[in-house]
Design a protein around this ligand. Structure first.
Ligand SMILES: Nc1ncnc2c1ncn2[C@@H]1O[C@H](COP(=O)(O)OP(=O)(O)O)[C@@H](O)[C@H]1O
Ligand SMILES: [Mg+2]
Length: 350
């Protein structure tokens, strides 16, 4: 179990005008799985390689359980990286690939053989030790790469987009395997992805990155309920945005004034802001209480488990979801009372 601390970590590549990673500070709790999430090019792989010791930072520190590990070479750090494209040794058998780390350490042959078998069983690939990587599917190669990483009992496991080259059903299977192994071994793990759904399904905590900067570090639920900015909210999808002028406890918008609970404004300034609310938190025809404005149904999309509505509110349009099939369901063109419950409104900076 290892606590990983990144402290103002930065990297500017030679000739690069902007830093690939800047002032990245983060604590990864011992034994937990943290996802680095962000669009392509935001610095995820660069950060991972600095933790692994494959590239040197331009500034900042990395500590494992309080110890500075930057002077320690990659092979002695106890941080192993699994690459997106597996990078197995093509001319070695699967067994030799998996046993490679132990062989380099000079472990006895019999021990290597036993641990290779254990590792292949752990990734649910028994009986293939004699095959070559080229005789395996992509999903199998990824599992071999994982077994090769885990055989040395690393303190920190670094996974760089391990699911992105797999097709959909394999991705689900591999994701569940990674999660169950991570839980079983309780190895501190960083999982890099550009897919918010993957991050939400796997991670204890998510580090959201844009342009080389850490923008928010929080639990999956917090990203849904309290995104730090419009961009963060958009990355997690399905959010309504309405420009608003905020004062204490109230926002004024072009469709009316809304009250919000104190918590809802905790991260936003007074003045120009944006009101956000998730489609599933909007109430339709709930009665003429506070925070209710008149709208008109523009579109109705029946999805089965729920129905999605697009509703015109003055110059704005919001999306709302109602679960199941309502008796007397709304039709396109109907007038509808739209309620934003005060405890569901979340204000972000404009
Ligand atoms: N070896 C390199 N030399 C110069 N620039 C690089 C190198 N590797 C990555 N970059 C640049 O650094 C930025 C971050 O890249 P990377 O860490 O690979 O992002 P991600 O993994 O999030 O897609 C990008 O702008 C990329 O072009
Ligand atoms: Mg990358």
């Amino acid at each position: 179990m290892t606590l990983v601390e990144l402290d103002k970590l930065s990297k500017t590549y030679p000739g690069g005008d902007a830093p690939a990673v800047a002032d990245f500070s983060l604590e990864i709790p011992s034994g937990r799985l943290v996802a680095f999430l962000g669009p392509s090019g935001c610095g995820k792989t660069t950060t991972l390689k600095m933790i692994a010791g494959l590239i040197q930072p331009s500034g900042g520190q990395i500590r494992f359980d309080g110890d500075d590990i930057l002077p320690i070479p990659a092979e002695k750090r106890g941080a192993v990286m699994v690459f997106q494209n597996y990078l197995l040794f093509p001319y070695m058998s699967v067994g030799d690939n998996v046993g490679f780390g132990l062989k380099m350490r000079g472990a006895p042959k019999r021990e290597i053989k036993k641990k290779v078998a254990d590792m292949l069983a752990l990734v649910k690939l028994p009986d293939i030790a004699k095959r070559r990587p080229s005789q395996l599917s992509g999903g199998q190669q990824q599992r071999v790469a994982l077994a090769r990483a885990l055989i040395t009992e690393p303190r920190v496991l670094l996974l760089d987009e391990p699911l992105s080259n797999l097709d959909a059903h394999l991705r689900d299977e591999m994701r569940e395997l990674i999660l169950s192994i991570q839980r079983e071994l309780a190895v501190t793990t960083v999982f890099v992805t550009h897919d918010q759904e993957e991050a939400v399904l796997l991670a204890d905590q998510i580090a959201l990155m844009f342009d080389g900067l850490l923008r928010q570090y929080a639990s999956p639920a917090e990203f849904y309920q309290r995104p730090i900015s419009q961009r963060a909210a958009r990355f997690f999808g399905g959010v309504n945005f309405i420009p608003a002028r905020r004062s204490d406890g109230t926002v004024k918008t072009s469709i009316g004034d809304f009250h919000f609970d104190a918590e809802g404004g905790a991260r936003a300034p007074h003045g120009e802001t944006v009101l956000t609310i998730r489609p599933e938190q909007i109430q339709l025809n709930a009665g003429a209480g506070p925070n209710t404005v008149p709208g008109r149904v523009r579109a109705r999309i029946y999805v089965g488990r729920y129905t999605r509505y697009k509703i015109a509110l003055g110059e704005h349009e919001v999306e709302a979801i109602s679960s199941g099939e309502m008796p007397g369901a709304l039709e396109v063109g109907d007038e509808v009372g739209v309620t934003f419950p005060p405890n569901r409104i979340w204000i972000v900076p404009a």
